[in-house]
Ligand binder design. Structure first.
Ligand code: HEC
Length: 100
């Protein structure tokens, strides 16, 4: 009955949360970043005190913006891989919407 249902729901949601929704690959992001994101800034920009990124969404948007600026030709998947790498390494935002 009710209790069982709650239990099953808890089980389901915890297993969903431990599995990335998309096959986001931070290792690939790291590789892409080191291959395509040089020239204008290094990774110090991601730890500066007055950084311009305050949410995971900001981060994804900034990666898109810089992808254009860098003419790095990242695919939609790459954008998320690079965002994941930067987030896991520097920003540590909670992904509230789970869109990564
Ligand atoms: C054409 C130059 C250029 C290239 C190449 C470039 N960026 Fe940037 N990036 C910038 C500038 C300019 C800023 C803002 C720096 C500032 O405000 O001082 C920035 C800032 C950022 C920030 C925010 C830093 C913060 O404040 O926390 C991120 C994230 C970022 N870049 C990611 C990338 C990624 C990912 C790539 C490769 C796809 C890349 N950048 C390549 C110009 C570039």
């Amino acid at each position: 009955m009710n209790l069982t249902r709650t239990f099953v729901f808890a089980l389901l949601s915890s297993s969903l949360m431990s599995t990335p929704a998309l096959a986001v690959d931070a290792e690939n992001g790291k590789k892409l970043y080191s291959e395509r994101c040089g020239g204008c800034h290094d990774t110090k920009v991601h730890t500066r005190p007055n950084r311009i990124i305050h949410t995971y969404e900001d981060l994804v948007n900034r990666v898109r913006f810089c992808d254009n600026a860098a003419k790095a030709n990242l695919t939609e998947n790459d954008i998320y891989d690079v965002s994941e790498y930067l987030n896991a390494t520097y920003y540590k935002f909670l992904k509230v919407k789970g869109n990564g």
